[in-house]
Design a protein around this ligand. Structure first.
Ligand code: HAM
Length: 452
């Protein structure tokens, strides 16, 4: 095969049909569990005013500073020459913008929302790290209580359990206190590193200035060594924060959820306070979290709304699928071809057009080879489509009102009256295996609009 002229951009992948088997399965599990817990779906737009992310996620976070894909038309830049829009790197900031914009504070609180879809980050592509990836996000807005944080985690435990990957994950939890607690702690960290800057790698030296808390989850060895003697967040938690965290942990225990206290967990986005948590790979540790979240009480106010507490989580769907594959979890293949219809001659072709259409209406996955190839090569094609059955209509069969039904697995065939073809196929497949979904009677089951 010659080299293709065009390829998808670096870090960006096609979601091929075989990937969709997993995607659809994962999305179904999320939707099912989210609905059970009263969540409603929201899809913020793929791009927003970039200020929503800058204000919300924080100007000095990696996501905003390095990873935002900005978009815009020439001539529509702001005064500083920046493009005005950015592709969403996550859902939370957009959902909160929507909460304010649509007056959702008037709804009964908390408002429980979930999103599923592609997000974009100009990350350095590597295993599990892409520039376009899929997240599901769940958000509970309008109430602050440790029992809500525990319920969010319980929902995630159910989803990961359904997908049979829970056992591969560890739940890491921490409390990063209130804004005041953190301010005191940040000052203490700065004090601690004063005079030690030259021992820090460059990336952490600049973090010390812009976002000192991020030093805590630094992957740099020199920083990790220095941190061993640094003050811990716990020492700066107010009694209120300590009590909040203890109650939260107690609720997790009540729900039978295992967790690992992780004092160094701070998360990479600025909007968090109190509870933070991550589900990470049990075998490799925190490197590639399958998902993370926490309480983000300051965010709605930061975006111009009334102070409104909230908590949420986002999972990376590609990373979840990777774990499913590693665990040998198979997603059901609903794309199988039940019947391949082969024909020869103009009369046969006409009859087959109606036959193919009727079979499909009845829920039989049917492929019709309506070209001009010989019956033999159409049969080979049926094989390559992995069709279970083949219906063959040649000129002879048209004449005597029959059709050939071939079982492709057994390699056996029989000639039957043309009128019996449909009832015979239905009988063989069994009613329960038919794809008889209809948009008019099962609207609620329809895949979500805009589902990518
Ligand atoms: P996050 O930790 O930035 O949190 O992202 C959540 C998850 O998205 C990650 O754990 C990972 O599985 C996946 N992810 C992130 N970046 C990439 C990438 N480049 N390639 C593949 N997967 C990726 C948030 O986004 C917050 N909005 C979570 C949240 C919701 N907090 C409160 N509510």
């Amino acid at each position: 095969m010659s080299e293709p002229k065009y390829r998808s951009p670096k870090g960006v992948h096609d979601v091929l049909p075989e990937d969709h088997q997993y995607m659809t399965y994962v999305k179904k599990a999320i939707r099912h569990r989210a609905r059970q817990a009263g969540y409603k779906r929201i899809d913020p737009p793929l791009f927003e005013d970039r200020a929503v992310f800058e204000r919300g996620i924080g100007e000095h976070t990696d996501v905003v500073e390095k990873e935002l894909f900005t978009v815009g038309r020439k001539g529509a830049e702001d005064d500083a020459g920046n493009k005005q829009f950015a592709l969403r790197p996550e859902f939370t900031a957009g959902i909160c913008r929507a909460y304010i914009e649509h007056g959702m504070q008037e709804l009964p609180q908390p408002v429980e929302l979930y999103s599923i879809g592609p997000c974009f980050r100009y990350d350095r592509p590597q295993k599990g790290r892409y520039r376009q990836f899929h997240q599901f996000s769940i958000e509970v807005i309008g109430l602050s209580d440790p029992s809500i944080d525990a319920q969010v985690i319980n929902l995630l435990v159910k989803i990961f359990g359904d997908l049979k990957i829970l056992e591969r994950l560890t739940l890491q939890v921490n409390n990063i206190g209130s804004a005041e607690d953190r301010k005191k702690y940040v000052d203490a960290i700065k004090d601690f590193f004063t005079g030690k800057e030259r021992h820090l790698p460059e990336v952490d030296r600049s973090r010390l200035i812009t976002n000192p808390l991020r030093l805590l989850d630094s992957k740099e060895e020199d920083t990790i060594i220095l941190l061993k003697n640094a003050p811990t967040m716990e020492q700066f938690l107010s009694d209120e924060s300590k009590e909040y965290h203890a109650t939260f942990l107690d609720y997790l225990t009540t729900l039978g959820i295992a967790f690992t206290p992780t004092p160094r967990l701070v998360r990479g986005l600025d909007y968090y306070n109190q509870t933070v948590f991550e589900f990470s790979d049990r075998s490799t540790g925190a490197q590639n979290a399958v998902g993370g979240g926490g309480r983000y009480d300051p965010l709605i106010e930061l975006l111009g709304g009334k102070p409104t507490p909230a908590v949420g989580f986002a999972g990376g769907i590609e990373r979840m699928i990777w774990h499913m594959k590693e665990a040998g979890v198979k997603a059901p293949n609903k794309d199988q071809v039940d019947v391949f219809v082969a024909q020869l001659g103009p009369e046969a072709k006409k009859k087959c057009l109606g036959l193919v259409s009727a079979l499909r209406d009845l829920g039989v996955h049917t492929v019709g080879a309506l070209g001009e190839a010989s019956l033999k090569s159409q049969m080979r094609l049926a094989d390559r489509f992995q069709a279970r059955h083949c219906l063959l209509l040649g000129q002879l069969e048209v004449k005597d009102g029959t059709i050939i039904l071939r079982d492709m697995t057994a390699g056996k065939q029989k000639q039957i009256p043309f009128d019996k073809a449909i009832p015979e196929i239905i009988k063989i497949l069994g009613k329960k295996n038919l794809d008889t979904y209809s948009i008019t009677d099962k609207l609620g089951e329809y895949t979500d609009p805009g589902e990518g």
